[in-house]
Design a protein around this ligand. Structure first.
Ligand code: PLP
Length: 409
């Protein structure tokens, strides 16, 4: 039997961690010990205002009592059984997601990528039902849909795909926010079965489409018998001012994928489908060992209760507008700030230069942010953010941007 050595000393803690982990992430030099609301604390009890919420995950903030109660009570009763048995909490959560989306049935997985994989499989089944031999899915430039092979193929970013060829076949790329380009594909490609897109591109740089774009996509899908599939993994769970961003656009898709905030940190993903798309999966078509277990679904129900009872989507709209106006006022004189935009608490500040260095500069000021698409500062704070906290984000971020602008000329 091979010997197992465990090296563990306080001093070598970080070095051991670095060596033992696959190097998929460049990590910031901080580890958090605890969280409360919109704040995280390191081992010396230094407080950081979390304007990222674990990348749109902790919608209720950290250590929310309703989430803690749901986890502890359910863990003490039953964590996991199997999808070969009835799971009442899963059924109840599915009913809630159907009610809020207006769709009909739900499949549960454990992540955003898995929710999108389910959507992609639905699109292929839909295509085969329409006698398309090799069904294709239209996906957008600048999109992000995950890191599994099919979802990284559907992602419109070469950096995510590089090295993983051969990619999955059956995807057609379309320019974002361009209904005419989509029409062009419709006229020239009879293999298309569905369109998959984000209502607002998150990783792509908080790119908000023109008003009417989603409605145009809906119209084109209807005209050609395509499924309209929305990836609401980042935009969903109340973040943009409605429970789903498509509701703000008055559009009902056939499929919605959701994850991130649904479990406030407990892994859960869901693919919600309506109409004929809801009946495409039959026993044996798809599955998941962990997906929809009693623990994650009980937590999902608790999260939905709080979002609903506290009116968090409407709150996100108001607080988000406060941050956007605050940042516009405070940075209006800075030439390097090209745009401040957002929907609810999904906010982007676009600079005229790469600004990855701002993440560490903000960290030093006790503010957690992220930079995406090289030059877009991304804010995805918890939806429970107070006005004071919103103002603190504006102050700390503005100070960091001013300092950065000074250094970078
Ligand atoms: N889709 C979107 C829009 C996302 O933002 C993400 C994650 O950032 C994903 C899919 C993938 O989700 P996960 O990392 O849970 O697989």
């Amino acid at each position: 039997m091979a010997a197992v050595f465990v090296l563990w000393t306080a001093d070598s803690d970080r070095a051991v961690t670095d060596n033992a982990l696959m190097q998929t992430y460049k990590r910031l030099p901080v580890a958090f010990e605890r969280g409360a609301g919109a704040w995280l604390y390191d081992s010396s009890e230094r407080a950081y205002l979390d304007a990222l919420a674990g990348i749109a995950v902790c919608v209720l903030g950290h250590s929310h009592p309703a989430v803690t109660r749901a986890i502890t009570a359910q863990a003490g009763r039953l964590i996991h059984t199997s999808n070969i048995y009835e799971i009442p909490a899963q059924t109840r959560l599915a009913e809630r997601l159907c009610a809020v989306s207006g769709l009909d049935r739900v499949f549960f997985g454990n992540s955003g990528a898995e929710a999108n994989e389910a959507a992609i499989k639905l699109a292929r089944l839909h295509g085969h039902h329409r006698d398309i031999e090799k069904p294709a899915i239209v996906v957008m430039e600048g999109a992000f849909h995950g890191r599994t092979l099919a979802t990284l193929t559907s992602t419109g970013n070469r950096r995510v795909q590089a090295g993983f060829e051969p990619l999955v076949s059956g995807f057609v790329r379309c320019p974002w926010n361009d209904p005419e380009a989509l029409e062009h594909i419709a006229r020239n490609n009879t293999s298309v079965a569905a369109v998959l897109l984000e209502p607002i591109q998150g990783e792509g740089g908080i790119r908000i489409p023109d008003p009417g774009y989603l409605a145009e996509v809906r119209r084109i899908c209807d005209a050609h018998g395509w499924l309209m599939m929305l990836d609401e993994i980042q935009t969903g769970n109340g973040r943009t001012g409605e429970f789903f961003a498509c509701q703000g656009a008055g559009v009902k898709p056939d499929v919605i994928s959701v994850a991130k905030g649904l479990g406030n940190g407990i892994p859960i993903g869901a693919c919600i489908a309506g109409g004929a798309a809801a009946d495409l999966f039959q026993p044996g078509n798809h599955g998941s060992t962990f997906g929809g277990n009693p623990l994650s679904c009980t937590v999902g129900l608790a999260v939905l209760d709080v979002i609903e009872q506290e009116g968090l989507p409407a709150h996100a709209a108001v607080i988000g507008q406060r941050i956007v106006s605050g940042l516009r006022d405070a940075t209006g004189d800075l030439e390097c700030v090209r745009d401040v935009r957002g929907a609810g608490l999904m906010i982007g500040v676009e600079l005229d230069r790469p600004c990855g260095a701002l993440v560490e500069a903000a960290l030093q000021r006790g503010l957690l942010i992220n930079v995406t698409a090289e030059s877009v500062i991304r804010l995805l704070p918890p939806l429970i953010l107070t006005e004071d906290e919103a103002d603190t984000i504006v102050e700390r971020l503005t100070a960091a941007i001013r300092e950065f602008a000074g250094h970078t000329g």
